[in-house]
Design a protein around this ligand. Structure first.
Ligand code: 2RA
Length: 341
């Protein structure tokens, strides 16, 4: 039998990518239900040549749902995720609502699929599985294979995050502002209270007392949970840059044990979901445009950290599609793992 799948937040950037991926990956579906706010209810969305009508998300929307993919913000997940789970649906939640909740698996399929064992859509066990934050997923796809070999003791991440992380409206405003700026006009500031085009700014998630923003603390906390490993020091600086849909991240790693550049390359070339793009002669390395619309995270600038005397440090540069592997693809891959559970 095949699962009945619901997409909550179907009309958003990630929701639209869910539809594309379910089709592209030929996900086995008994039926597909599109759920969104009252504002979006009634709209139709194309799926496999059919027009599906978006229904209004209600408390009782999940009695006939086996797997529910959520990407409608933390508030919707907090309210409807438990209702869906209590109704017997397995929830794959893209928001941050439950990521750090004890007992909720935080899963990157290539890295810690074992964390979601015991959840079954067939037995209607219910359950919430959390999708990590996009910048965490993209970093860990490259760093985890190296961590498993040499033990990461410290990780320093600087991110260059795309507009897509702030949603479709932010992507639209970046394009609009760019046109306006080129025409010498005053730019439209509906989403951001400042010019984003030809500019960059510190990630606009809530600032904490310690001077870190929530996006940076997600990288710190989620990494330790996904690795089930606390003996690592992590710091991050997250920046929003004028790029449409792929994040870039500069990563410095200190290991417990030596790890040569060659061994790192060998490990990465054998890692699922990772493609090495590291041609020094051609000065060709990962770029957000190269990574856009791709499933794999691109890794390059692999080099020994020359600020250290020993072989225990590496620098990397990674790019990954924020909407795809950073959100929708990772969640659909979690749903694919559920098919066998
Ligand atoms: C961002 N990580 O890029 C967030 C989106 N989930 O803003």
């Amino acid at each position: 039998s095949e699962p009945r799948v619901a997409i909550v937040g179907a009309t958003g950037a990630v929701g639209q990518e869910f539809l594309e991926l379910l089709d592209e990956r030929d996900f086995p579906l008994k039926e597909l239900k599109l759920l969104a706010s009252a504002r979006s209810a009634g709209k139709t969305m194309k799926f496999q040549g059919q027009d599906l009508v978006v229904e209004e998300l209600k408390e009782d929307s999940f009695g006939d749902v086996d797997i529910a993919l959520f990407s409608a913000g933390g508030g919707i997940s907090k309210k409807f995720g438990p209702l869906a789970s209590d109704a017997g649906a397995v929830v794959v939640d893209n928001s941050s609502a439950f990521r750090m909740t004890e007992g909720v698996p935080l899963v990157i399929p290539e890295i810690n699929a074992e964390a979601m064992r015991g959840v079954s859509w067939r037995e209607r066990t219910g359950g919430i599985i959390a999708n990590p934050n996009c910048s965490t997923i993209i970093a860990l796809m490259a760093v985890t294979p190296l961590h498993r070999e040499a033990g990461v003791r410290r990780m320093v991440v600087s991110t260059y995050q795309a507009a897509s992380g702030a949603g479709q409206a932010a992507m639209d405003e970046l394009v609009l502002q760019t046109k306006e700026a080129l025409e010498g006009k005053e730019v439209t500031k509906d989403i951001f209270p400042f010019q984003y085009a030809f500019n960059l700014f510190s990630h606009n998630s809530p600032m904490q007392d310690n001077g870190y923003n929530e996006e940076e603390l997600k990288m710190v906390k989620e990494t330790k949970k996904i690795w089930s490993y606390d003996d690592v020091s992590i710091t991050a600086t997250c920046i929003r840059v004028p790029v449409i849909r792929a994040h870039a991240e500069s990563i410095n790693l200190e290991f417990d044990r030596p790890l040569s550049e060659e061994r790192a390359r060998e490990l990465l070339s054998g890692s699922p979901g990772v493609t090495i793009s590291d041609d020094r002669a051609a000065n060709s390395f990962p770029t957000p445009l190269d990574a856009s619309y791709k499933d794999d995270v691109l890794v390059g600038r692999i080099r020994r950290d020359i600020s250290r005397e020993d072989q225990n440090g590496l620098d990397l540069f990674v790019c990954g599609d924020q909407i795809r592997k950073g959100a929708a693809l990772n969640a659909v891959q979690i749903a694919e793992l559920l098919l066998d559970q």
